[in-house]
Design a protein around this ligand. Sequence first.
Ligand SMILES: [Zn+2]
Length: 197
Amino acid sequence: MADTPRKPSREEAEAAIRTLLSWAGDDPGREGLLDTPKRVVEAYGDWFSGYGEDPAEYLKRTFEEVEGYDEMIVLRDIEFESHCEHHMAPIIGKAHVGYLPDGKVVGISKLARVVETYARRLQVQEKMTAQIAQAIQDVLQPRGVAVVVEGSHECMTTRGVHKRGVSMITSTMLGTFREDARTRAEFLRFIDVGSGR
Ligand SMILES: [Zn+2]
């Protein structure tokens, strides 16, 4: 990304956290908070590690020797933690990914890595859903890709309207999943969203 602003130094990032601690009404100089900026900056390194990763890299190593397997492959209940780009509040949820291979099959852990890479960035759930599907479509070029994401948004459960137990469901269907209602129905049956299983 050519127009990405200069990455601040670690000291600058820690100073910003001290500013937020003061803004919250506390004293960043008191003992209990002295190491907090350092810890928060380290936590950011974890929560936002997805910026340093390329999902396409995970998908490039494919297995083509699958004896002509051309049926649907579904990985469901991929847990993720993300952060909304509007409030930087956590989004906790699960993603379900399916595709219809056209020769290329990828190890299932790689699908989970793709979800994780996009989740570990600031996100809008709709965008994340589409990005996961598009990355799989672009690299594996399957006959179709389906992604369903269920997320609970803490910006909604802990502030604002304070609605607990609400989850948002988004989906992106490409290729056969978009065009063929039976394929789509088969996928939705596999993942069984919202049945409280
Ligand atoms: Zn939000």
